[in-house]
Design a protein around this ligand. Structure first.
Ligand code: GLV
Ligand code: MN
Ligand code: MN
Length: 418
């Protein structure tokens, strides 16, 4: 029996490959959208592996999945580690899965070494982090942190038509072995390992990012309405063309916002036109706007900028515009007690690290509102993520899991029992 728990590198890499097969896309990525068939299959596999190791498995009413390895003192709140298992429609195999599976590897490593922790350690797979099938993203962690409730989102319909409440019920029923417990139990801290999803760590050849903060995000839905008319017979002065308004607004926002501020981000990722016929001027055009900034006041100013630009474009093209907010995530700061523990772990392991702000939002952003929280980032190739080409080297995956294990040993106060 080993004295020190150790990450089983081969097991971790095999596990990442096994989960990448669930919802695998031909281009090497995954499509495992929240609460869908593939997401359910991934939860099932994780729960089966957990039960086979003698861990306890439970869920809450938004289907956050928890795997608990008991500690010596049942009255201490557990240490929570993990991430999410859902993906973008053309997502990579590491976004979310790596953090969840590394956390599970940590539980197995502790069990292999016969380590008893003072407090329980729980692995979590939060529900619907991505927000691509059901908006907003981070539903599971928001509900866990008391920022929203399942009831707020039950009647949302997916882009494929399925109602969230129905998919949630089916998902919960997929794991009858996992009792449904009240949402939002107390935890001592949360640590989420994730791929960086940007280029900095790779460029600087640093294997570990210690995430100190997460920038803010807002999602807006803009709908321009005009009048459907014949494409061939309607002269310019007779048109109320929402596509012209949308195109003008998008072009002007893209050329104004990011070039003026290197920290600002603006993305139009989805656009639809009704009725969507080649030879019909659309009656309406809807698009999403994802804006992000580390500074809350600047993000608020960007929001105003988007609204003004859209209103100006609507007036110019004689259309109406309606703007609704889908997501409002304020920037968050992580706990220095936890970032310090991660830095210590890196030092112990001889791994270089650097502090950084996350450009992506994460479940940790919401959990940080109720418990000391921080994140561990590992590099990804060319900074590419939300893309099937997303790639992390084996070495970086293993280093990340080793750091997570060391952090868990510190935060859960381990003691050798065998
Ligand atoms: C998370 O998926 C994000 O969009 O930041
Ligand atoms: Mn993610
Ligand atoms: Mn993502």
């Amino acid at each position: 029996m080993s004295i020190n728990p150790e990450v089983n590198a081969a097991r971790l890499l095999a596990s990442v490959a096994d989960f990448a097969a669930i919802g695998a896309t031909p281009a090497g990525g995954v499509n495992r959208q929240a609460l869908g068939v593939e997401d359910r299959a991934a939860r099932r596999l994780l729960a089966e592996r957990a039960l086979a190791r003698g861990f306890t498995v439970f869920q809450d009413d938004i289907a956050n999945l928890f795997i608990r390895r008991a500690g010596r003192n049942a009255s201490l709140p557990p240490l929570l580690i993990g991430s999410h298992l859902d993906s973008q429609p053309t997502g990579g195999r590491f976004d979310g899965a790596l953090g969840t599976l590394s956390a599970f590897e940590v539980l197995e490593a502790l069990a292999d070494a016969g380590i008893e922790t003072d407090r329980a350690v729980e692995v979590v797979a939060f529900t619907n982090e991505e927000g691509s099938r059901y908006s907003p993203g981070c539903m599971g962690s928001m509900a866990f942190a008391g920022v929203g409730t399942t009831a707020d989102w039950e009647s949302i319909h997916a882009t494929d038509g399925a109602r969230l409440a129905d998919e949630l019920a089916t998902t919960l029923a997929t794991l009858p072995e996992a009792a449904v417990r009240p949402i939002g139990h107390a935890i001592s801290a949360f640590v989420e390992l994730h791929i960086e999803q940007g280029p900095i760590l790779e460029q600087e050849d640093v294997p570990i990012g210690v995430v100190t903060a997460v920038q803010g995000t807002k999602w807006l839905e803009v709908v321009f309405s005009g009048v459907a008319a014949h494409a061939g017979t309607t002269p310019l002065e007779f048109r109320k063309d929402p596509m012209s308004a949308a195109a003008a607004a998008i072009a002007s926002l893209q050329s104004a916002v990011m070039p003026a501020d290197p920290e600002a981000r603006l993305t139009v990722g989805r656009i639809t036109a009704e009725p969507g016929s080649i030879n019909v001027i659309p009656s309406s055009v809807a698009f999403t706007v994802d804006i992000r900034h580390p500074d809350a006041a600047t993000l608020a100013a960007m929001d105003q900028h988007v609204r003004k630009e859209c209103e100006a474009a609507a007036a110019r093209w004689d259309c109406d515009v309606a703007i609704s907010q889908r997501v409002d995530m304020a920037p968050g700061r992580f706990a220095s007690s936890i970032t310090g523990t991660i830095e210590e772990a890196c030092k112990d392991l001889g791994l270089k690290s650097r502090q950084m702000v996350s450009g992506a939002f994460h479940d940790a952003l919401f959990v940080s509102r109720i418990a000391p929280t921080a994140m561990i980032f590992v590099p990804c190739r060319d900074g590419i993520s939300h893309n099937e080409a997303e790639f992390v080297t084996d070495t970086h995956m293993i280093s990340g899991a080793q750091v997570l294990l060391k952090v868990v040993e510190s935060l859960a106060l381990t003691n050798q029992i065998a």
